[in-house]
Design a protein around this ligand. Structure first.
Ligand code: GUN
Ligand code: ZN
Length: 651
């Protein structure tokens, strides 16, 4: 069973339960070559903290020790107390062209040696396999997955995803395999990509596979063990890695670092603070394969810890973008991500703690910013005005920086206000929405970022419906504005802000529904900003200072429920759990029947009965797709139960 404890987009911090204890993910399963264990398995657990290792059932099955391994079990044979995953020989078929073992045989052997996680014998799809060949690989892999499931007994199974570089085949294979009774889904066939630094293809393969995979299952990336790829691969939802790189590179006299690989002979001073590098002079390390292997493993686990910390901080995108500077092929891979924003956005939380920090021109293409621009086009309606006044990027919050000018202009001209920010257009009334206000950008922007900002702006402005747009260049612009948009404008900024925010957050029409009637505000005495909004005396929403978005109150939820039909904004729960939510108990994924596919992690959602009676207002921790898939964990935190009342519709 896999439980997710924390997340950042598709990346998650989770726990995989095995027959030999829990495995905290993301993590690396070091490869133990039974013929050449350079670091004793016991040390992997004791000195490196490895909770899982991977070894090869195909090789074990051919070993002279075969009988002893079957008799004692793999754990005793290796002397490893944690979880043991075994691989099947599919990789050997890639290396040698074929293996003389069947799927059924290798499953039986893995059961016999008591592997915690046994792997089916998949068909290794080479990146060069044309469509028909790769399609046949998938057919056979899926057939064997079914067979493996029927034979697994009580051994937890690893199901493999193949399909070469063909996205639809990857997705099909992933969907078929992950719908079966497998504990872990593994993306295979990627070693040739890793070996040749084809990271852009790797991104395409992982994303295509993730589209088909059941999101509630942990995902292993076969053969990925270089620290360079951990940030990117976890960012795309991989939870487990395995690799022999630490040992292979050591044999070649090479050292792994988070930013790449170096020949040990070329390393005059190691920047690493691992026990090996702090205890021995470089000449000694370079001369001893075991020390190199130990350093390499420390580097790998260090990189994993760095990734976990980044997930916890909500900064994995930043880490991946920064790491991409280590190799141009990695930069290409990060630049590929924007082409998959449609999918990545689904998993993107509504906001994150702290500020969004500019790393490079790629940053503007992150899913959170893609979402803002997309919603601006689809959900936002600009107020009527004779024209548009455009301000340049600069100090934030924009509203505060520009307050005096805006006042001055509004007295003489009838225009609306927007900032041409590096992330795209930001109508002034939305300047508090995360991350538009909470952003750190350099003062001097690079050309690519500026050009992108220009394109984002034009894409929006073309559809925004203003007869003209004009750039603020100082006092002289005032004369232009007087001439082209004569007449002042009385602006109710609070009203503009809450209406735009509501539509952006809940969908077009939400402002009309939430704010029908006489509107009044509770204003924060500290900040002077709107805190609560009341409509006809009912508290409908509160505005959060941290991310500029609304917290929904029961009265607001009722209004949205009337305005938007099922399944919009809804989490539909089992009849039996309804009374619990009415009392304020959280929504467990297990009891979710249906959920709006548009729900994102962190979204405000309406918890309803199968008859669409509102029973609670909650904050989602998962997206709609995940809520339906997970059988474990909290899908949404209820913040307000709604008692059954006369206002609840009954049928
Ligand atoms: N090890 C590296 N790549 C693969 C793969 O595609 N399948 C299996 N089973 N093991 C692997
Ligand atoms: Zn070191």
């Amino acid at each position: 069973m896999f439980e997710v404890r924390d997340r950042d987009g598709l990346a998650r911090i989770g726990v995989l339960e095995t027959a030999h204890g829990p495995v905290a993910t993301p993590t690396l399963a070091p490869v133990v070559n039974p013929n050449r264990p350079i670091i004793p398995p016991k040390d992997l657990a004791v000195r490196f903290g490895a909770q899982i290792l991977i070894t090869n059932a195909y090789i074990l099955g051919k070993s002279l020790d075969r009988d002893a391994i079957v008799r004692d079990g793999i754990h005793r044979f290796l002397g490893f107390p944690g979880a043991v995953m075994t691989d099947s020989g599919a990789f050997q078929s890639h290396v040698y062209g074929d293996v003389d073992v069947t799927n059924a045989e290798v499953i039986a052997f893995q059961k016999a040696i008591q592997a915690d996680l046994g792997t089916m014998l998949d068909v290794f799809s080479e990146p060069g396999h044309a469509y028909d060949r790769a399609s046949a690989d998938v057919d056979e892999t899926v057939r064997r997955a079914h067979e493996a499931v029927s034979l697994r007994g009580d051994m937890a199974l690893v199901g493999a995803v193949q399909g070469g570089l063909h996205p639809d085949l990857r997705e099909r294979c992933a969907r078929s395999v992950s719908s079966l009774d497998v504990a872990v889904c593994a993306i295979g066939g990627v070693v040739p990509l890793l070996e040749t630094y084809r990271f852009r293809d790797l991104v395409r393969v992982i994303i295509a596979s993730k589209k088909g995979l059941d999101p509630s299952k942990p995902v292993h990336l076969f053969g990925a063990g270089h620290p360079l790829v951990f940030p990117l691969a976890t960012l795309l939802g991989c939870d487990l890695f395995d690799s022999a790189s630490y040992a292979k590179y050591a044999r070649d006299g090479r050292m792994l670092f988070a930013d790449g690989t170096r020949r040990a002979a070329d390393v005059r001073e190691s920047s690493c603070l691992c026990p090996v590098c702090t205890a021995h002079p470089m000449e000694k390390i370079a001369a001893e394969e075991t020390l190199l292997a130990e350093h390499n493993l420390h580097a790998c686990f260090g990189a994993i810890r760095e990734v976990r910390q980044a997930i916890a901080e909500g900064d994995l995108w930043g880490l991946a973008e920064r790491r991409a500077r280590a190799h141009p092929a990695l930069l290409d891979a990060v630049r590929e991500l924007r082409r998959h924003n449609e999918f990545l956005e689904e998993f993107e939380p509504v906001s994150r703690p702290g500020a969004l920090t500019y790393v490079g021109a790629e940053t503007a293409h992150r899913p959170i910013l893609h979402r803002f621009r997309r919603r601006l086009q689809e959900r936002y309606s600009a107020p009527l005005a004779k024209g548009l006044l455009v301000f340049p990027e600069g100090g934030r919050p924009f509203g505060e920086r520009l307050a005096a000018v805006v006042d001055q202009v509004a007295r003489v001209a009838d225009v609306h206000f927007v900032v041409k920010s590096v992330w795209g257009p930001v109508p002034l009334e939305l300047d508090q929405v995360w991350p538009m206000c909470q952003t750190i950008v350099p003062e001097a922007l690079d050309l690519e970022a500026l050009e992108a900002a220009e394109v984002f702006f034009r894409e929006w402005a073309a559809g925004a419906g203003f007869p003209f747009g004009i750039l603020w260049e100082g006092e002289t612009t005032l004369d232009d504005l007087r001439a082209r948009a004569p007449g002042g404008r009385a602006i109710d900024w609070n009203a503009l802000r809450i209406r735009a925010t509501a539509d952006l957050q809940f969908g077009r029409g939400a402002a009309d529904a939430l704010f029908a009637g006489a509107i009044s505000y509770v204003i924060s005495r500290n900040t002077g900003k709107v805190r609560n909004v009341l409509a006809d005396g009912e508290h409908v929403v509160s505005l959060r200072a941290a991310d500029g978005l609304f917290t929904l109150k029961a009265a607001g939820a009722r209004r949205l429920a009337q305005a938007f039909p099922l399944p919009r904004l809804r989490i539909v729960v089992d009849e039996d759990s309804v009374p619990f939510h009415r009392e304020g108990k959280n929504v467990f994924a297990k009891f979710v029947r249906e959920a709006d596919p548009e729900i994102r992690p962190g979204d405000e959602a309406l918890v309803v009965s199968p008859e669409d009676e509102l029973c609670a207002v909650a904050r989602a921790t998962m997206n709609g797709r995940e809520m339906r898939a997970f059988k474990r964990g909290v899908a949404a935190h209820v913040r307000e139960g709604v008692p059954r009342g006369p206002s609840a519709p009954r049928r």
